[in-house]
Ligand binder design. Structure first.
Ligand code: SF4
Length: 354
């Protein structure tokens, strides 16, 4: 499986919690960026299974630019082609145009259905904008709609989280990505230190969310991702299952033939035609265990048995006995309680690689 990630590094306004690489929208820079991207992509001979436009705010560069970039890409007939959309940053007919241009999946940066929480996150949209965005995408023909939700927002409670989940369920979205808000170094939140719910409350919210979505027909297929049957993110599964992917644009990462590469967080480095930089080997046993334990299916024992000590299996059994995981003859996987302590489990298990 081969995926293509295209980073669109422009936002209208920077959100106070965000540390993704993006710069202020500027028409001239966008034009140069799109032109360079198209030239670069045309020179690539791979036929991709998935294409993902992330950001930044891809929708801010407009449907014409997005379709122009996509038309430079060689992709399979049944490819999954996703674009991230900010509920406030697109123009009229955006969805109609991109649907015609070949996009078949949208990922909407919703974060919450509660206007107070959206304000606290310094998002520039409100619930009405999200409603309009989902409806516009649907009426343009999109059947595969994902939304991002955040947990651990200041003043968020189980009740407000439930309202956000009900909104998503009633909107019949096919996929949800639910991330815990983290304060990243160097962001405005790092300095203003908002009073976020403590770890225990956030953990309760996570467990509530998992159960509520499960009861409402969503499969919890990855630590932070939920989908209706058949609507798992094929692109993200390539990352977690160690398929090859190429990332283009500043801050984009690639895994190609077991080697990892990246572009620095600098748009000029990219537009000037510099190549990606080798960072490390990838796709090895460490990656397999770290990424595999994000998935509900977990890791296959036959794939690791030659690389780990006997103590690995003793530790895995210990986590299963403690109620955090399951160990069968074929697989080891974390359950929802286990996902909450995934880092601890990983540190412990990775010590047992020979
Ligand atoms: S719109 Fe998205 S990428 Fe841009 S600053 Fe906000 S969270 Fe970050």
């Amino acid at each position: 499986m081969k995926g293509l990630y295209i980073h669109i590094p422009f936002c209208v306004k920077k959100c106070d919690y965000c540390d993704f690489y993006s710069i202020n929208y500027n028409k001239n820079i966008v034009e140069n960026y799109v032109e360079f991207l198209c030239k670069k992509i045309k020179s690539i001979n791979t036929v991709f299974d998935t294409v993902y436009f992330g950001g930044g705010t891809p929708s801010v560069i407009g449907s014409e630019n997005l379709c122009k970039i996509l038309s430079s890409v060689k992709y399979k007939n049944n490819a999954e082609i996703t674009v991230e959309v900010n509920p406030k940053s697109y123009k009229q007919d955006f969805f109609k145009n991109i649907f015609k241009g070949g996009f078949n999946r949208v990922s909407i940066g919703m974060q919450s259905a509660n206007n107070e929480e959206l304000k606290l996150l310094t998002r520039n949209h409100n619930l009405k904008d999200v409603e309009i965005t989902i409806e516009s995408a649907k009426s343009a023909g999109f059947k595969n709609i994902s939304v991002d939700l955040m947990i651990g927002i200041q003043r968020q409670t189980i009740d407000t989280l439930k309202n956000s989940l009900d909104f998503c369920i009633n909107s019949n979205v096919t996929h949800l990505s639910c991330y815990m808000l983290k304060i990243e170094e160097g962001t405005p939140f790092y300095f203003s230190k908002p009073d976020l719910p403590d770890e225990d409350i956030t953990a309760q919210m996570y467990l509530f969310l998992c159960e509520y979505l499960r009861k409402n027909g969503y499969n919890h297929y990855e630590i932070s991702n939920f989908s209706k049957e058949g609507f798992e993110s094929r692109h993200n599964l390539i990352y977690w299952q160690l398929g090859d992917y190429l990332g283009l644009g500043p801050s984009a990462h690639s895994l190609i033939n077991c080697k990892r590469y990246y572009y620095p967080n600098d748009i000029n480095y990219f537009i000037d035609g510099n190549d990606y930089i080798y960072s490390s080997k990838g796709g090895d046993i460490y990656d397999y265990i770290m990424l595999g334990l994000r998935l509900k299916k977990g890791i296959k024992l036959y794939k690791i048995e030659n690389y780990v000590t006997d103590a690995f299996f003793e530790k895995a059994k210990k986590y299963a006995d403690l109620g955090y995981a399951e160990l069968t003859n074929e697989r080891f996987f974390l359950n929802e309680k286990g996902f909450l302590i995934q880092n601890t489990v990983l540190c412990d298990l990775l010590e047992e690689i020979k």
